[in-house]
Ligand binder design. Structure first.
Ligand SMILES: [Fe+2]
Ligand SMILES: [Fe+2]
Length: 387
């Protein structure tokens, strides 16, 4: 599929990753570095059979506090998903996912229901507050601090994706956890305030904080406004789809349109009943699925005769490792919608129809032992989605 590409930059990054791999051996692979994991044989993918690539995320237990919840899919729940972790999170009106950071993974999110306000703080105190509606996405670079607030009087639901399958939403660095374990004397010195200021602060991580509904328009930060050069918000579904075929549509955003999203690409795939995203692979990224609506059949080809099919229903997660062949077919009665994430800031794919169309009939004839005339009937351009 032809999307704007920055092949030179992608190539440079791949070369750099290779050099890093050669320098550090397998140590960083154990630590879960996604870019490096992709360059070494994965024991999990070396067996005669392919492992499962499905996890029923919404049916899992997760962490529930009143109407607020967070459920995660990491390598613990879905061992194949070493490159990408994901979380489904719901917040009640007046609730927030407290101020926190995580330097082990960047965060990409899709708002599914309700409205969300985020405030993110980067180095040098640059901050941005954005309000999100269904169909909008955010991206926070690794280590940048943030807070998520439910806006308005309706609950909200969003899906988070992280560019590291070892990342756990329950191992983040939260502000209450930190302050609750620091002495009052140290805090007093830090802020230039009396120790009594910190009486009654939470002594352990709050995680979900509950309070008044946030103001309709955000209040000014203590330091005043200090806007960053790149925005953290992109209106994915408010933009036209990248692909609009008979049978389905794909909305996709990578760093060519959303520059801050340097390590992640996100997409919404919508298929009519019976339609299919054709057989293809991604040269540079792992792929993570979350089914927002409907039922899909996902196939995966893993070389050496290995082939596996999983049926994913609403709330289920799927995962395809970098370079593995796959397809997504709507096998339900109605439209389906799948949220798809890739751990690369520049989207790339090669489709089977595009591959065959890029070869002359005589090559295909010899390869398959069939007459060249047969291949004259094959598509002459990329199919991508077929109805
Ligand atoms: Fe986060
Ligand atoms: Fe794909």
């Amino acid at each position: 599929m032809s999307f704007p590409r920055r092949d030179f930059l992608a190539g440079t990054a791949a070369f750099a990753a290779g050099v890093t791999a050669a320098l550090v051996g397998t140590k960083r692979a154990d630590a879960g570095d996604a870019s490096f994991m992709n360059n070494v044989p994965d024991p999990l993918l070396s067996d005669k059979e392919l492992p499962t690539f499905k996890f029923a995320l919404e049916k899992s237990k997760g962490r529930v506090s009143g109407q607020n919840y967070a459920k995660e899919a990491t390598v613990n729940q879905l061992p194949i998903s070493k490159g990408i972790a994901g979380v489904t999170m719901g917040l009640a009106p007046g609730a927030m996912r407290e101020l926190h950071w995580h330097a082990t993974a960047a965060e990409w999110a899709f708002v599914n229901e309700g409205r969300v306000r985020t405030t993110v703080t980067g180095p040098a105190g640059f901050e941005e507050t954005n309000d999100f509606e269904p169909g909008d996405v955010w991206y926070f670079p690794r280590g940048h601090a943030h807070v998520l607030e439910c806006l308005g009087d309706q609950p909200c639901h969003f899906i988070l994706m992280f560019d590291n399958g070892y990342f756990s939403e329950f191992g983040t660095f939260s502000i209450t956890d930190w302050i609750g374990h620091t002495s009052k004397a140290l805090l007093a010195k830090n802020f230039g305030l009396p120790e009594s200021t910190f009486e009654g602060f939470p002594e352990k991580e709050v995680y979900f904080a509950q309070g008044a509904l946030p103001p309709a328009k955000r209040a000014t930060p203590l330091q005043g406004v200090k806007a960053p050069s790149e925005t953290h918000k992109y209106r994915l579904l408010a933009n036209p789809p990248h692909v609009n075929n008979k049978g389905g549509r794909l909305w996709l955003v990578d760093s060519t349109k959303f520059p801050i999203s340097k390590t992640f690409t996100g997409a919404i795939l919508e298929l009519d009943p019976g339609a299919m995203r054709e057989l293809h692979w991604h040269p540079t990224a792992d792929e993570w699925h979350y089914v927002l609506k409907g039922t899909v059949s996902v196939t995966m080809f893993g070389s050496g005769g290995r082939y596996r099919t999983e049926t994913l229903e609403k709330g289920d997660v799927g995962y395809i490792p970098q370079g593995y062949g796959h397809s997504i077919e709507n096998v339900g009665d109605g439209h389906c919608r799948v949220l798809i994430g890739f751990n690369s800031g520049v989207y790339q794919d090669i489709d089977l129809s595009e591959w065959s169309a890029s070869n002359p009939p005589d090559v295909l004839a010899t390869n398959f032992g069939k007459p060249a005339s047969l291949f004259e009937k094959f598509p002459r351009k990329d199919v991508f989605i077929t109805g």
